[in-house]
Design a protein around this ligand. Structure first.
Ligand code: LMR
Length: 394
C-alpha cells in the first residue's frame, strides 16, 4: 500500500525552517516562518503564560477528558475577546480546535457538510495553507484581487469588482487583521463596504483571525471582525492563540459559527462537536486552559496585554526603521509601504530570483514571494537587510 504514495510538495514556509537550520553561516537572518522573536532571536514564553502554567500545576487535579467542544469557559472567553458581546450569545456556536489551522480545517468541513457546492473565495495572495486544505478537501475555490504589488497597498477596487461575482451561499475568506502575506489591510470603511456587498449577494464571510493584537492593538484588530459579525447574519471565525499568546506548539484555536437566529445554534453546535469527534475527538486542552486562566484573571490579563503591547510596539519600530533604512539604501520611496503595513508580515515585491540571491549570497531567508517576517529583524540586521535588498534590485 505505502508504495502507492506519491511524494507531497514541501510546505514553502515550513521548508525554510530546516533550510535555515542547515545553513552554517553565522550571519544568516531568518525572516521566514511567522513566529515572533525578540531582539535576541528568542521566541519567549510570555510572562502571563508562565504564571498561569505555575498556577495550573498547583491546582490541576485531573487530566481526564474535557468536552468535545473544549471547555465552555475557554470558548466563552475567546468569544468575548474577539466579539466583545456584539452578537447575542445564543447565536454563537463554538469549538476549541488544534490551533488556527485546526479551526480553518473544521470550518471548511462544516461548509462541506452544509453546502458542498459552495465556492470558497480567497484573497490573491493568501496564506498558502488556505488553498492547500481546500484543494485537499476537494472543494471549489476561486480568487479575488487583493494586493496592488506596484504600490504595496490593497487593490480595493479590484477586490470589490471580483467579489461582485460571488453567488448566493458562496463563502468569502477574509483576513481579520494583519493580512498574511502582504501586511496590507482594509480600512474599517472598506470593511463596511465588503459587509454590504456580501449581504447583498447572500454570501458568507469566513474570517481568519490569527494575529489579533499584532497590528493596531487587541481591540482595533478585532474591530473588522466585530463589524462583520454585527452586520452579517451568518459568519464563521477561525481564531488562533499561537501568536498573541505565544503558545505556538500548544495548538490553541477556536472556531466560532454565528447563526442567523438562536434557534439554529444547537444544531450548529452539534455539528461542530461531531466534526471534532470525527477528526481528533477532544481538542488540545493545555493552551486553552492557560488562555482561559489569563483572560479570566484581571492581574494576568493586564500582564499579558502589557507584554503583547511591547511585542506590537517592537514590530512597529522595526517597520519604521526598515522603511527608513530601505529609503536610504535604495535612494527611493519604493519601500515606504513597509511602515504603514501591519502585523508580522510585509511583501517586499522582489522577484523569486532576487529572493534566491538574498538567500544564497547574503544568508537572508524569506518566503519565495518575498514575504518577510518583520519580527525576525533587530536593530543590527535592519541595515544589513536594507543594503542587501538595494544590492539585489541593482
Ligand atoms: C506563517 O504564515 O508563517 C505562519 O502562519 C506559520 C504557518 O503555519 O505557516
Amino acid at each position: 500500500m505505502l508504495n502507492a504514495l506519491k511524494p507531497q510538495p514541501a510546505d514553502k514556509i515550513l521548508q525554510l525552517i530546516q533550510m535555515f537550520k542547515d545553513d552554517p553561516r553565522a550571519t544568516k537572518i531568518d525572516l521566514g516562518v511567522g513566529v515572533y522573536k525578540d531582539a535576541t532571536g528568542l521566541t519567549p514564553v510570555m510572562r502571563a503564560v508562565k504564571a498561569a502554567e505555575k498556577q495550573l500545576w498547583e491546582v490541576e487535579t485531573t487530566k481526564t477528558y474535557t468536552g468535545l467542544a473544549g471547555e465552555p469557559a475557554y470558548n466563552a472567553a475567546m468569544a468575548q475577546m474577539i466579539l466583545d458581546g456584539c452578537v447575542a450569545a445564543d447565536r454563537l456556536a463554538s469549538v476549541a480546535t488544534p490551533g488556527g489551522t485546526g479551526a480553518i480545517r473544521q470550518a471548511l468541513e462544516l461548509i462541506k457538510l452544509a453546502a458542498p457546492a459552495a465556492t470558497i473565495w480567497l484573497s490573491n495572495p493568501t496564506w498558502p495553507n488556505h488553498p492547500s486544505i481546500i484543494r485537499y478537501l476537494g472543494m471549489a475555490m476561486t480568487e479575488y484581487r487583493y494586493f496592488d504589488a506596484s504600490t504595496g497597498t490593497v487593490d480595493f477596487a479590484g477586490m470589490l469588482a471580483d467579489l461582485a461575482g460571488v453567488k448566493p451561499g458562496d463563502v468569502v475568506l477574509l483576513h481579520g487583521c494583519c493580512h498574511n502575506p502582504t501586511g496590507a489591510n482594509l480600512t474599517l470603511d472598506q470593511w463596511a463596504q465588503v459587509a454590504d456587498l456580501l449581504n447583498a449577494k447572500a454570501a458568507i464571510p469566513f474570517i481568519d483571525l490569527a494575529y489579533q493584537g499584532f497590528g493596531d492593538g487587541l481591540e482595533a484588530d478585532a474591530a473588522p471582525t466585530r463589524l462583520i459579525a454585527s452586520r452579517c447574519p451568518e459568519v464563521l471565525i477561525a481564531a488562533s492563540c499561537s501568536k498573541n499568546f505565544g503558545i505556538y506548539r500548544e495548538r490553541t484555536g477556536v472556531l466560532i459559527a454565528i447563526s442567523p437566529e438562536a434557534g439554529m445554534r444547537a444544531t450548529t453546535q452539534g455539528n461542530l462537536a461531531f466534526l471534532n469527534r470525527q477528526n481528533f475527538s477532544f481538542p488540545p486542552d493545555h493552551g486553552a486552559r492557560l488562555v482561559t486562566m489569563i483572560l479570566n484573571d484581571p492581574r494576568l490579563t493586564a500582564e499579558w496585554k502589557a507584554e503583547l503591547e511591547e511585542v506590537r510596539q517592537n514590530m512597529l519600530t522595526l517597520r519604521q526603521n526598515l522603511a527608513d533604512a530601505l529609503r536610504a539604501a535604495t535612494n527611493s520611496d519604493r519601500f515606504d509601504f513597509v511602515a504603514s503595513h501591519r502585523g508580522m508580515f510585509s511583501r517586499l515585491g522582489l522577484t523569486p530570483e532576487q529572493v534566491e540571491t538574498l538567500r544564497a549570497d547574503h544568508g537572508i531567508y524569506m518566503v519565495g514571494d518575498s514575504r518577510i517576517n518583520i519580527a525576525g529583524l533587530n536593530a543590527k540586521t535592519v541595515p544589513i537587510l536594507a543594503r542587501a535588498v538595494a544590492q539585489v534590485i541593482g
